[in-house]
Design a protein. Structure first.
Lengths: 487, 518
């Protein structure tokens, strides 16, 4: 394979890296004055990378399934699908970011640069087919995330969030690295194909430990129970746009990693990891639902909501079939729209002084002051609760369909029954907005950029989203076919 | 390609609902009224063009625009009648909310029109998942109607309504997924003739039962209904009682019985026992209510119990009766809630004791109220008589005991309804403010008179309503016949004896001879 092909397949990451480096120079040269310009360039770069990945998505069947650099990296349909989601989500978050920081005393030019490096890391994560590339991508993404979490340097909560995220994230990375070393020790390879071949010959207890450690580390990154403890604190403390980012793109990347390692190197050992995934799925659904009930802070509530959603996504993975992988991707797509829409709405909820509204008490009765925004939030919340005819239902539908087809009927029944608990706090959100009396003034207008992002998300989640089911089904099936060779 | 009338019936209120969100109060009312009247006209057109005795599924439309399920619409006679009920009640609901709702009118009308879309959608769906989507989606507008425009305790009631019905429904989704996987289709007409294994049927039946029993509602999962009814605004109660409660019965007839006949037979007595308890228990509870809406809510549970018992009688009479009770109850309980609404609008209380002697100052109101009270009791000549008589006659073939208990419920029904009527309309005018209330105005006439006419029509000439359904119910009976359990009152025709009972004949002499030998 020629070096040029490798460069071509990784062009999205390379392009983003170069852009990030150039922007870094510009930031150093010009200072924070050009922060807004840098943001626009970064958004353009991310959208460009997404478009390039879409182009690659259609071509991924050819060119040796997109293998690059001696099979360290694979630009297959699965990776491309994940990358499109990641880049678009990052771009959407970047669009709604500057206003928040401007209000709190200055937007700094590092922000878009960090976002770009983060995106590069995530792109590598979903395409990595070697444990070493995986780790590089993971760390690149994580390290920029730690800085982003504590981006409001003067704010105690933000610093605390960054520190917590760093300490626990480093622990998780350590666990993954330990698992990687065990897997390498027992198989003699870090390449996914090599590991699968070695496992097919002999799957010893030591190797099982390696698998468990790797999965546990990744479970931390997707904040699945029992590795979820950091999520509410970090989501609450981090600046709201950063929280929006954490809940969307890195989740997609980490889920992508989990699906790929489960379905590629560990594909022969489904019985070994399925029970772990099933436990994590049910525990996440229940803990995410119960934990959210008492919350007053909206960001904390959405943190639990994301734990809950991860549980549903894991049900799709537990099916361990092509349909299961496709359902995970469908759910992720809808989930990203829901999360970005929800956090954009939160960013638009401010009092006349520009202070963000963050608790239930703050948003009481906003449906009379901001009817359009309240109706958008209603769509988002019912969508998160999975109530038809909103599109959030479709995510749950495909996931449970995959589980039922894989004969995991009991898992599906328990999971869906537990989802009713989750419906309670989404209902509370709507109750507070629509049924309660207004208590405080709110800002009455929001910038067009926020409305645009929110509008796209709500349009996808509205019943018209069902018109997307056919193309979405085809794309996710094509992406899931990346692993058929492995199954 | 036929004229897509069902899609049009969905599109008209949907367009109205979207428009209402952006309109001022008065325009929104007008738009909502016009949209519902147009839908009523389309409904009449649908009925007139329905070919009685023709194909089982008529006005079918199909478009493969979704993955995993299709946009397939079509109706049989049962669905036609229930759609007619929905489109008939809707304009009346809008009229009932004309003055009573003064805040956020646009959103209110929008929620109601959305309700109409979803209800028509439920009855017209020919795809299992399309059905589920319409079925579940009804929770959203109803949650808002109760929560935003309801009474003092509306928040508790709205939560209870939503979570109760949601918990019931989700297991049905898993059962549907399993069925789609097993049968390889989501098409309802195909599934109606698909035979699942009896073991699987048991589980599937239970999952569907969880959903429909809550919607119905059957004892003991009925407790959400009184709360929801009491807190909902008048029109909300009308829709809840008039149409939403019919979803459960429709579900039993459309899914549980024909798709799982063996399991239905297995659970017949389970349903009978629940129905019997419901009839007696909720009637007794209704007797002691001091809140008018709560009383009517409990009476709904009792009526619905007759529906479930009739459906599980496994014969055409019982099922026809059940559907007729559903239609009759939809009209009558809706009308009763409207009657309560009329005086609630004047005095703003639902306490029975706050009224009295209304026959003196509101004679026309008293007349309408009397008609609907009698219809609720099931007086011959009114809609409920036909349904209850058929259902009980069908039930009698099956079990005399169940019939006995259910008929007792009807007697108790007469007790609580007449007691209510006496306290509200007859007697002395003990409350001065109640005595000063004016009689019906033109708008209230326009609401109550059409229902009164329909109630009498259904009571005097039920054939108009039975004819479209007859063939479908016969098909259903034929489908479940193989599983119909043996019942105590199943009169089997034996072979006639050769001679009549007191025949003595030639044996007489021999017998006497033997006797003599003793």
């Amino acid at each position: 394979m020629s070096y040029a092909t490798s460069l071509y397949l990784t062009a999205a990451e390379i392009g983003l890296s170069i852009t990030a480096l150039v922007l870094l120079l510009l930031a150093a040269w010009n200072g924070d004055r050009s922060a807004r310009l840098l943001t626009i360039i970064a958004v353009a770069a991310l959208v460009g990378a997404a478009i390039f990945s879409i182009g690659l998505f259609d071509r991924s069947a050819s060119e040796v399934a997109g293998r690059a650099f001696g099979d360290l990296y694979r630009a297959d349909a699965f990776g491309s699908f994940g990358k499109v989601l990641i880049y678009l989500a990052s771009a959407a978050v970047l669009i709604v970011t500057p206003r928040f920081f401007t209000q709190l005393g200055g937007y700094r030019a590092e922000y878009p640069v960090l976002m770009l490096f983060n995106a590069v890391g995530m792109g590598i994560m979903v395409s990595a087919t070697d444990l070493m590339t995986l780790y590089i991508g993971l760390e690149m993404s994580s390290l920029s995330s730690y800085v982003l979490a504590s981006f409001l340097r003067q704010d105690d909560r933000s610093s605390e969030a960054g520190l917590k995220y760093f300490v626990l994230g480093a622990l998780a990375s350590g666990i993954i690295l330990y698992g990687v070393s065990l897997v390498y020790g027992f198989t003699g390879s870090t390449n996914y194909d090599g590991i699968r071949a070695a496992f097919a010959l002999d799957f010893s207890t030591g190797a099982l430990f390696g698998v468990v450690f790797v999965l546990a580390g990744v479970a931390f990154k997707i904040s699945a129970v029992p590795f979820h403890m950091w999520t509410p604190d970090v989501y609450e403390g981090a600046p709201t746009p950063v929280t929006a980012f954490f809940a969307s793109a890195p989740k997609v990347a980490a889920m992508g990693v989990l699906v790929r390692i489960a379905m590629d190197p560990f594909a022969g050992e489904v019985d070994a990891w399925r029970q772990i995934i099933i436990f994590a799925a049910l525990a996440s659904i229940v803990v995410g639902a119960l934990g959210a009930i008492g919350q007053q802070n909206l960001k904390r509530l959405l943190a639990y909501s994301s734990i809950n959603n991860v549980g549903f996504i894991l049900i799709g993975l537990a099916a361990a079939t092509a349909a299961g992988v496709a359902s995970v991707l469908t759910y992720l797509t809808i989930y990203v729209a829901m999360v970005i829409g929800s956090f954009t709405s939160l960013l638009m909820l401010r009092d006349p002084a520009g202070q963000n509204l963050e608790t239930f008490a703050d948003i009481a009765g906003i449906s009379t002051r901001r009817p359009a925004l309240a109706w958008c939030l209603l769509v988002l919340m019912f969508s998160l609760a999975g109530i038809p005819p909103l599109f959030g239902f479709w995510g749950k539908f495909v996931v449970f369909q995959a589980a039922v087809q894989a004969d995991l009927v009991a898992l599906a029944a328990i999971g869906i029954a537990a989802s009713v608990i989750g419906a309670f706090y989404y209902l509370k959100f709507i109750k507070v907005m629509f049924f309660d009396e207004p208590t405080r003034d709110v800002e009455t207008s929001s910038p067009v950029s926020h409305w645009a992002v929110l509008g796209v998300c709500v349009a996808i989640l509205s019943p018209f989203g069902y018109l997307l089911t056919i193309p979405l089904g085809e794309w996710t099936a094509q992406a899931a076919a990346s692993f058929v060779a492995a199954m | 390609m036929e004229f897509p009338i069902l899609s049009l019936m969905l599109a008209v209120p949907l367009a109205g609902a979207i428009a209402c969100l952006f309109l001022g109060a008065h325009t929104a009312r007008m738009v909502a009224l016009v949209a519902t009247l147009v839908d009523l006209a389309l409904g009449v057109l649908l009925w007139l063009n329905y070919d009685i005795g023709g194909a089982q599924w008529q006005f079918t439309e199909r478009a493969e625009i979704f993955a995993g399920f299709s946009y397939a619409l079509g109706i049989d006679g049962i669905a036609l009648m229930l759609i007619m009920l929905s489109v008939f009640l809707m304009p009346i609901c809008i009229l009932a909310s004309w003055d009573a709702i003064s805040k956020r009118v646009g959103e209110y009308m929008s929620a109601f029109l959305l309700m109409e879309v979803l209800m028509i959608g439920v009855f017209a769906s020919q795809d299992m998942f399309l059905f589920y989507i319409f079925f579940e989606a009804g929770l959203i507008p109803m949650y808002l109607i109760i929560g935003v425009w309801g009474g003092d305790n509306r928040i508790y009631a709205s939560y209870k309504f939503f979570l109760y019905t949601l918990l019931g429904s989700v297991l049905m989704l898993i059962a549907m997924l399993w069925m789609a996987n097993e049968a390889g289709t989501t098409d309802i007409p195909t599934l109606l003739n698909y035979d699942f294994s009896p073991q699987a049927q048991t589980w599937l039946w239970l999952a569907f039962f969880a959903s429909f029993a809550v919607k119905m509602p059957m004892w003991p999962v009925h407790t959400w209904l009184p709360d929801a009814h009491v807190q909902a605004p008048t029109a909300g109660s009308v829709i809840l009682a008039g149409v939403l409660l019919k979803l459960g019965g429709y579900g039993f007839i459309r899914f549980s019985l024909p798709m799982f006949p063996e399991a239905s037979a297995q659970f017949t007595w389970f349903v009978f026992v629940l129905s019997m308890i419901a009839v007696i228990y909720t009637s007794l509870v209704a007797l002691v209510q001091s809140d008018m809406k709560k009383l009517i809510a409990y009476s709904s549970v009792a009526h619905m119990a007759i529906v479930t018992a009739g459906i599980f009688a496994f014969n055409a009479q019982g099922i026809e009766g059940a559907v007729m009770v559903m239609l009759g109850h939809g009209l009558v309980s809706g009308a009763l809630f409207l009657c309560v609404g009329v005086i609630y609008d004047r005095l703003h209380t639902r306490e029975i004791a706050r009224y009295g002697g209304l026959a003196i100052n509101m004679p026309r109101y008293a007349l309408f109220f009397l008609l609907f009270t009698m219809a609720s009791i099931g007086l011959p000549g009114t809609s409920n008589f036909v349904g209850e008589f058929l259902a009980l006659a069908g039930l009698y073939k099956v079990s005399t005991l169940v019939t006995l208990v259910c008929t007792t419920g009807i007697i108790l029904g007469a007790a609580y309804m007449l007691y209510l009527y006496r306290r509200v309309v007859f007697g002395l005018q003990v409350n001065e403010d109640a005595a000063r209330m004016p009689d019906l105005n033109a708008r209230e006439w326009a609401m109550l008179a059409p229902i009164a006419a329909a109630v009498l029509w259904m009571g005097v000439y039920p054939e108009s309503f039975l004819a479209p359904m007859r063939q479908d119910i016969a098909a259903l009976e034929a489908r479940v016949a193989r599983a119909a359990p043996d019942f105590d009152a199943d009169n089997t025709i034996g072979t006639p004896r050769e001679h009549n009972a007191n025949y003595v004949g030639s044996a007489h002499g021999e017998a006497r001879g033997e006797e003599g030998a003793h």
